[in-house]
Write a protein that binds this ligand. Structure first.
Ligand code: PEP
Ligand code: MG
Length: 589
């Protein structure tokens, strides 16, 4: 091969692959951390220049915010995109601006330094006041001040909206709220320094079908704005300046993946039934309401998990009853005749809702999350329940409560459900009084009382993402201990089996809607353990269907029986993997 003297050397980096796909675009660095700012003396004569820089930075920030606000309004159809109203108020805050100007006159320091000092003082004062509204403003002020500082430093704007051509985003971290805002036209991949496979950021990347790699410690230092990047979301490899041989290798891989996808498209309309005739209901997880179209295209039988919290992120006020009703009704109509399982609000953990206060907890995953938050905030919960009950007159909607830890919580939630029904009845508004209610089994305590729960619920859906985290005591976000996050741990197999058995004893079905359902290496185990429904992100539904169709339920049961006797998670995984390889090895390459 001819040697190109100008070619920059290729460099490879490895991380945790979280969303499949291959893309090659320039790098864009999105800063989510505070900048390190030093003090610089500008002297008395430098003050006017600093004031001018400050004014332009405020204007640039305002333009950025307006742009984002407009884009969100267009993408979601929301008129308000109200979170940015609060942000805009910060750049217009006269008290804050005047204090910066006074600081400049007094200290003769660089404006980013003075601005940061003022902002920190401001935030400390607000944080000390016992008022949830004022504390919430702290988050807005910090967010906006980062933008102002980046504009002062002449660095690229925070939001990729301003970068008008396709790119790959690099960031220290992206929260689920950040990820929900990514522009799919422009963001063709992302890599973060921290993160894990079952974080909601990773889950969203899969649902947005954006190739993504997380846990790439230090990557933002290695990459410059505009660098030529190839991201391989299948294997978790990031390639800076890919050479000709690498590009050829990836062209081959892409062709091969496209051939597999083509074969999978052919089975879209077929049933997910095993070779020996057991039907496994295969449904889709819906994260963002605008992804409804993908559910249909995937060949899924309806929605097995509607993560409604994404309707609540990136705004200051929760969505009202009418707005929610609209979303749920559209989903029910589009999925007809299949069912839509609407999970009630699961806020907290890594999903922060402005104003909910969950971001200030020491251990948010063990804190006021999901059903706990809803039971503490009956107003918000009942608004959602009324919207679901009204939408459910289509007769294909079910309700599912998240993070139920025992029977009392389930009963308490049902009391509020009954009250919601009565309110609708009193107002003469049509609703479905017979709606089926199920629970997620995602805490070990729920597994151990599954027999009690089974008396009153209509179905179980195993939230294995959380069940693994809570059972093995391994934070699902922490890449440092990602190797301990183990779906084939013998305890997890036993818990799945216990849940299935408790359900069967009462004639109710058990599904899996955690990420295990989408992992085709584990399909033999799950079918063998008696799981009757699998719910996976739309993009992965076709391959799960192919896996189900290639297996024999009878052989899977035999495999699960043997697995339940084993004490070694790696050996269990190997056993399930080899059955997968024998039956649908072409999907695993
Ligand atoms: C789970 O915990 O497995 C689940 C499906 O819920 P989430 O990932 O939204 O916590
Ligand atoms: Mg969960």
């Amino acid at each position: 091969m001819e040697h190109d003297a100008d070619a920059k050397p290729e460099k490879r980096f490895h991380g945790i692959a979280v969303a499949q796909g291959i893309a090659r675009f320039p790098a864009f660095i999105q800063y989510t951390q505070d900048e390190e700012i030093g003090r610089r003396d500008v002297g008395e004569t430098g003050v006017a220049g600093e004031v001018a820089r400050f004014e332009s930075a405020l204007i640039a920030t305002r333009v950025e915010l307006l742009e984002i606000q407009q884009r969100i309004a267009q993408a979601t159809g929301m008129q308000d995109a109200s979170i940015f109203d609060a942000h805009l108020l910060v750049v217009e805050d006269r008290t804050l601006i005047d204090e910066v100007l006074r600081g400049l006159e007094r200290d003769h320091a660089n404006v980013e330094y003075v601005f940061q000092q003022v902002v920190q003082k401001y935030c400390a004062t607000l944080e000390a006041i016992d008022d949830p509204y004022l504390r919430e403003r702290v988050v807005d002020i910090q967010d906006v001040s980062r933008r102002v500082i980046r504009n002062l430093l002449g660095k690229a704007p925070q939001n990729p909206a301003a970068n008008q051509s396709p790119h790959i985003v690099f960031a220290h971290n992206l929260t689920p709220s950040d990820t929900a805002l990514l522009n799919r036209e422009l963001v063709r991949g992302f890599a973060t320094e921290i993160g894990s496979k079952t974080s909601h950021t990773a889950i969203l990347a899969r649902s947005l079908e954006i190739p993504a790699i997380v846990g790439m410690q230090g990557i933002c230092q290695e990459i410059q704005l505009g660098d030529d990047i190839l991201i391989d979301g299948y294997n978790g490899i990031l390639i800076l300046n890919p050479c000709a041989a690498t590009l050829a290798e990836y062209e081959r891989l892409e062709r091969q993946k496209e051939q597999v996808a083509e074969r999978l498209r052919l089975i879209r309309e077929t049933a997910s039934t095993t070779r020996d005739g057991r039907h496994i209901v295969l449904s889709a997880n819906l994260d963002l309401p605008e992804d409804l179209l993908e559910v249909g295209v995937s060949g899924a039988e309806g929605i097995g998990l509607y993560r409604t919290e994404f309707l609540f992120l990136n705004r200051t006020e929760p969505p009202g009853e009418e707005e929610q009703f609209g979303h749920y009704r559209v989903a029910a109509e589009r999925c007809m005749p299949h069912s839509v399982i609407i999970r009630t609000l699961d806020i907290g953990g890594d999903k922060e809702m402005p104003g909910a206060g969950t971001d200030r907890e020491e251990n948010p995953f063990l804190g006021c999350r999901a059903i706990r938050y809803c039971l503490e905030n009956p107003g918000i919960f009942k608004t959602q329940l009324r919207a679901i009950l009204r939408a459910a007159t289509t007769n294909n909607i079910r309700i599912m409560y998240p993070m139920i830890s025992g029977v009392e919580e389930f009963r308490h939630a049902n009391v509020l459900l009954e009250e919601s029904k009565q309110e609708l009845a009193a107002a003469g508004i049509p609703f479905n009084p017979w709606i089926e209610v199920g629970v997620m089994i995602e805490t070990p305590s729920a597994v151990f009382v599954a027999d009690h729960l089974a008396k009153d619920v209509r179905f179980f859906s195993l939230g294995t993402n959380d069940l693994i985290q809570y059972s093995i005591a391994v934070d699902r976000l922490n890449d440092r201990i990602a190797h301990l996050y183990n779906p084939t741990h013998p305890s997890i197999l036993r818990m799945i089996k216990m849940t299935v058995d408790a359900g069967r004893a009462r004639g109710i079905w058990t599904g899996v809607c955690g990420e295990m359902a989408a992992d085709i290496l584990l399909t033999p185990l799950l079918i063998g353990l008696g799981v009757e429904e699998l719910s996976a992100t739309s993009a992965l539904v076709p391959q799960v269907k192919k896996a189900v169709q290639s297996l024999e339920a009878f052989a899977c049961e035999d495999l699960a029986r043997r697995a339940l006797e084993m004490d070694d998670s790696a050996a269990i995984l190997e056993m399930s993997t080899s059955m997968a390889r024998e039956n649908y090895g072409d999907l695993l390459n």
